[in-house]
Write a protein that binds this ligand. Structure first.
Ligand code: CFM
Length: 493
């Protein structure tokens, strides 16, 4: 059977179904079991449905204040957002008064035992009114159910509806309590539907052009969206609505006026693209801008759709001229390096081929916290014989993989990073990035540069490990002489 049980999982044999070893001759159905409940006993790295709604979809909006209906812990964790910066630009040319408003504030209802027993709706109502007073500049208020309030059954929609009229601005309830599904993915789904049902089509854009697109599922991680925006601008294409990186509330409300939607993250946002297509007849295409090859191919497709082929070619030629030599340098340095990609899902299939073909690396394992079957099909199609494809991994499995297989680098998140470092393997944050953006031509060079500087950092030869003990004297000599074992330190131009 093409499935593998890690030694650390001997007491939870159900994990075997989630760990598939790719064999090219396997039938299509062979893939990890996915989008199901985490196996009891496995210390999952997944997030919850509430995290998927607020932490991924809505938290990127620049002019919305969020009220978490929960005991204070959920509010605290909702305050730690993804790295999605926002500009102050609004669609009518005005400026939103607070820079990175979305990264700064969070409100919560601070539920106590008596609220759980007698109901928390009064408190929710008051908290939303307080949030509106505290942040009068916010153009909408989004309120979130959590496990506690989902269980006690507070009717958040009723409160939101009443207060929308009373406050004269949209108040939207997101009913994605943590337990709504097996992972954060369910929260993406619920947030997409709530936004579509409550907001899309409720406003009209100030102006429209024949070259208006919707950029869906692009959250501006460390500035990714701004890179793509610069390409479109040069091509003569306008992003009318962003879902939801650097977007404002209004943009979401008029996203039904785009001429074409591009779906960037196909896990978290295909839902809304489908809904908009069905109701408003707006077509969408799935796009991939990670790496130079995919980026060029996709810009060409978009150029062709709008009759802007020459403009697309110009952007591609211009960017390739700028980054080509630097990328060559990194390719030389990264060739043959063994790498794992541990992401939520999509980044594991976006990056597998580019790392191999454009940088000469060897991808030997990919993992996903919450992908569904369609994503695993892509992962399977884009990896080579023998690659380990792991669904909903736990840290002990990763530790076992690192110890036995000794990769040169791991692209993962904050949950894996320091564990990998303690085992002497460099790890780069592929979720929120190190020195991003990582998308597009320039972004791919940034990623290559980060990989290079992590792998070639002399620190890995100075650490003390059981197999490779270094005496303090030796370390001192090395530091004093500035000698960096086995590595040649070069700086790319
Ligand atoms: Fe989409 Fe994302 Fe991702 Fe995602 Fe995420 Fe993310 Fe991710 Mo972390 S929206 S599915 S829920 S591409 S936060 S920017 S990196 S797990 S692969």
């Amino acid at each position: 059977m093409p499935y593998k049980l890690f030694d650390v999982d001997k007491d939870i044999p159900e994990r075997k179904k989630h760990t598939y070893v790719k064999h090219c001759s396997d039938p299509d159905e062979c893939m990890p079991d996915c989008n199901t409940k985490t196996v009891p006993g496995s210390m999952s790295e997944r997030g919850c449905a509430f995290a998927g709604a607020k932490g991924v979809i809505t938290g990127a909006l620049k002019d919305v204040v969020h009220v978490v209906h929960s005991p204070v812990g959920c509010t605290y964790y909702a305050g730690g957002t993804k790295r999605y910066p926002t500009s102050q630009n609004m669609p009518d040319g005005s400026k939103f008064p607070i820079e990175n408003f979305n990264l700064r504030y969070i409100c919560g209802t601070d539920l106590m035992e008596s609220d759980v027993v007698f109901g928390g709706m009064k408190k929710l109502r008051q908290s939303i009114i307080d949030a509106a007073q505290e942040f009068p500049e916010a153009n909408a208020i989004y309120a979130y159910a959590t496990c506690t309030t989902g269980l006690i059954g507070d009717d958040m929609d009723a409160v939101a509806k009443e207060l929308s009229t009373e406050l004269g601005k949209d108040v939207v309830a997101f009913n994605a309590p943590g337990f709504a599904g097996p992972s954060q993915s369910k929260g993406h789904h619920i947030a997409n539907h709530t936004i579509f049902e409550r907001l899309v089509g409720t406003q009209e854009p100030p102006t429209t052009t024949p070259y208006d697109i919707g950029l869906i599922g692009e959250y501006n991680i460390d500035g990714d969206l701004w890179i793509l925006e610069s390409y479109f601008k040069e091509m003569g294409i306008r992003i009318l609505s962003r879902f939801t990186g650097d977007a404002c509330h209004e943009e979401i409300c008029f996203m039904h006026r785009a001429k074409l939607n591009l779906v960037r993250c196909q896990r978290s946002a295909t839902y809304i693209a489908d809904l908009v297509k069905e109701k408003y007849d707006i077509p969408y295409i799935n796009v991939d801008f990670f790496s130079t090859k995919y980026c060029a191919e996709n810009l060409r497709t978009i150029g062709k759709y709008f009759g802007l082929e020459k403009e697309a070619e110009k952007v591609i030629t211009d960017r390739m001229a700028k980054i080509g030599p630097e990328l060559e340098f990194y390719k030389k340095k990264l060739s043959g390096k063994k790498v794992y990609i541990f992401s939520g899902g999509p980044k594991s299939w976006h990056l597998a081929i580019p790392l191999e073909q454009e940088l000469g690396m060897e991808v030997t394992a990919v993992a996903s916290q919450f992908e569904h079957e369609d994503g695993y099909v892509k992962m399977k199609n884009r990896t080579k014989e023998g690659t380990l494809i792991v669904d909903d991994p736990n840290s002990m499995e990763l530790e076992e993989m690192i110890t036995k297989d000794k990769p040169d680098l791991i692209l993962a998140g904050i949950k894996e990073k320091y564990m990998a470092h303690k085992l002497g393997v460099p790890s780069i944050m592929i979720h929120s990035y190190e020195n991003g953006p990582y998308i597009g031509f320039e972004g791919f060079v940034n990623l290559a540069k980060d990989m290079y500087s992590y792998i070639y950092n002399p620190i890995w030869n100075m650490l003390e490990f059981e197999e490779n003990p270094v005496t303090p004297e030796e370390t001192e000599i090395d530091i004093k002489s500035g000698k960096i074992p086995d590595n040649e330190v070069e700086v790319a131009k």
